[in-house]
Write a protein that binds this ligand. Structure first.
Ligand code: HEM
Length: 457
């Protein structure tokens, strides 16, 4: 079922009748679970077609099962339906200036949105994100060559280094994102803290609420990360040594950025939140056989998805996976750059194969297995990553700028201000790999032999 919740409105004063509301939330939870199983709603509820409303114990949900209706609502009435509601584990984020994707519609949001779009517009054919994706692609190939068993770690650190460089001109700032992302992602997910499902818990007094304490800590950590990185750029800017970055563009008062009048605090968070949202997801609900590997959908004119010129298509631009209308993703140019160049270079340099024989039986590929948070990431699995030829291995070695590993071994420490933000992998020999606080953890039962999937998967 393809369903989007477009409205989620309390019709009951939230601080009254708490027991009733706990039951209500349990009801909503069960409702969601059952909906996912396709049991609810029944045909009689769909009297207006693929859009229907449900009031479940005082909470009003509107579900949309049609891509066209979702587009109409989010493109033509985006100001009305593009808002954000309160997140119980992160109360206040919707009204603050902390994280653009979660800001509710209003004057503050428009200023931030214009700023972020102006930042992303600075990249063009002559300046592809300051050349950082290209540089980091070479480094990532080298890490894959030197430490193929850590391929999952390399993909994550690739993203953090590229984002750290683009936002603050120094890949070392990327480790700040590695700290901030898992905490934020969990805080804003239904699969995160229980308070996001049992929402009356948000009315516990501050002094006894563990979630409010955790939220205050999370907000402080994010502020420290973004302020520290911004201060570092300001210092280098004043010395005349700052590399190109989004923060430098802000200091330069580059075209389009000034109009938003973001102060220092706001700019630190706007740059930081844009850097933070650099995570890849896949899939699209509107293609035929969307879950199947069908490269011919882009190469064979008989497919409805085929489009010419092939020098331009296929493209991720316009893909429903990036949202529609006022809230649509402003990061699509960086996504396109990374998807084509990073995956292209990896495919140029390496053969990637699932394990074979007994090891293959014991380590099946965990198709469709992801983490349970609002930005999903595929589970890692053991695979063989080998260079396609000795010549390619030689070229990779020759082109590397920095072969060092960003994630540290236990006991290592970075220099100066970066030490606080070090990220560590489990002990070598422990049998465990770096899994980014569980975001890219091995699938449950990953070593229990072949997996069973429902019919049709
Ligand atoms: C494959 C990777 C990505 C996908 C699938 C993706 C998808 C999305 C989606 C679905 C939204 C929300 C749309 C809505 O609420 O209606 C969004 C928002 C956003 N994305 Fe992306 N995104 C990706 C990568 C990026 C990158 C690399 C950046 C930064 C350069 C970025 C920056 C943002 C920002 C700032 C927002 C919030 C926009 C707003 O609230 O108005 N995204 N993205």
């Amino acid at each position: 079922m393809y369903a989007v919740v477009v409205a989620h409105q309390e019709v009951q004063p939230a601080n009254s009748k708490q027991v009733y509301l706990i039951l209500a939330r349990l009801g909503v939870y069960l409702f969601r679970e059952r909906s996912l199983l396709g049991i609810l709603p029944t045909c009689s509820d769909k009297k207006y077609g693929p859009i229907y409303a449900w009031e479940v114990f005082g909470t009003y949900h509107v579900w949309v099962e049609s891509d066209k209706i979702a587009r109409d609502l989010l493109v033509h009435r985006g100001k009305k339906y593009g808002g954000r509601h309160e997140i119980p584990a992160a109360v206040g984020v919707k009204d603050g200036s902390e994280f653009v994707p979660l800001m509710n519609i209003g004057d503050n949001f428009w200023r931030h949105k214009n700023f972020i779009h102006a930042l992303n517009r600075q990249a063009n054919a002559d300046n592809i994100f300051f050349g950082y994706p290209e540089l980091e692609n070479k480094n990532t190939l080298r890490r894959l060559l030197d430490h193929p068993d850590k391929w999952s770690e390399h993909i994550i650190t690739h993203c953090s280094r590229v984002a750290g460089r683009i936002a603050w001109g120094d890949p070392r700032h990327g480790t700040k994102l590695l700290h901030v992302v898992p905490v934020l992602l969990k805080a804003v997910s239904p699969g995160g803290p229980i308070i996001n499902l049992l929402t009356p818990l948000m009315y516990l007094p501050d002094s006894i609420s563990p979630w409010k304490k955790a939220e205050a800590k999370r907000a402080q950590q994010m502020k420290d990360a973004f302020y520290e990185a911004q201060e570092d750029v300001i210092k280098r800017y004043e010395e005349g040594t700052a590399e190109g970055s989004w923060t430098k563009l802000w200091l330069d008062k580059a075209q389009g950025l000034e109009k938003s009048h973001l102060n220092k605090h706001e700019a630190a968070h706007a740059v930081g939140s844009n850097a933070l949202v650099a995570i890849v997801t896949i899939g699209s609900p509107v293609f035929p056989e969307a879950d199947e590997w069908r490269p011919e959908r882009w190469l064979d004119p008989s497919w409805p998805t085929y489009k010419e010129p092939l020098s331009e298509f296929p493209t991720v631009r316009g893909d429903p996976g990036f949202g529609y209308g006022v809230r649509a993703c402003p990061g699509i140019d960086l996504v396109a750059t990374e998807l084509y160049t990073t995956i292209g270079s990896i495919a140029w340099g390496f053969n990637i194969k699932r394990k074979e024989g007994k090891a293959g039986y014991e380590n099946p590929v965990p198709w469709y297995q992801t983490n349970p948070y609002v930005i999903t990431m595929a589970s890692q699995f053991p695979a063989d990553v080998t260079p396609r030829s000795a010549e390619k291995a030689r070229i990779i070695r020759q082109l590397t700028e920095d072969p060092s590993l960003t994630v540290r071994a236990v006991g290592e420490k970075s220099e100066g201000q970066f030490g606080r933000w070090d990220v560590f992998r489990p002990e070598e020999g422990s049998g465990r790999t770096f899994d980014w606080e569980g975001l890219t953890a091995l699938a449950p039962d990953h070593d229990k032999g072949p997996r069973r999937y429902p019919v049709g998967v």
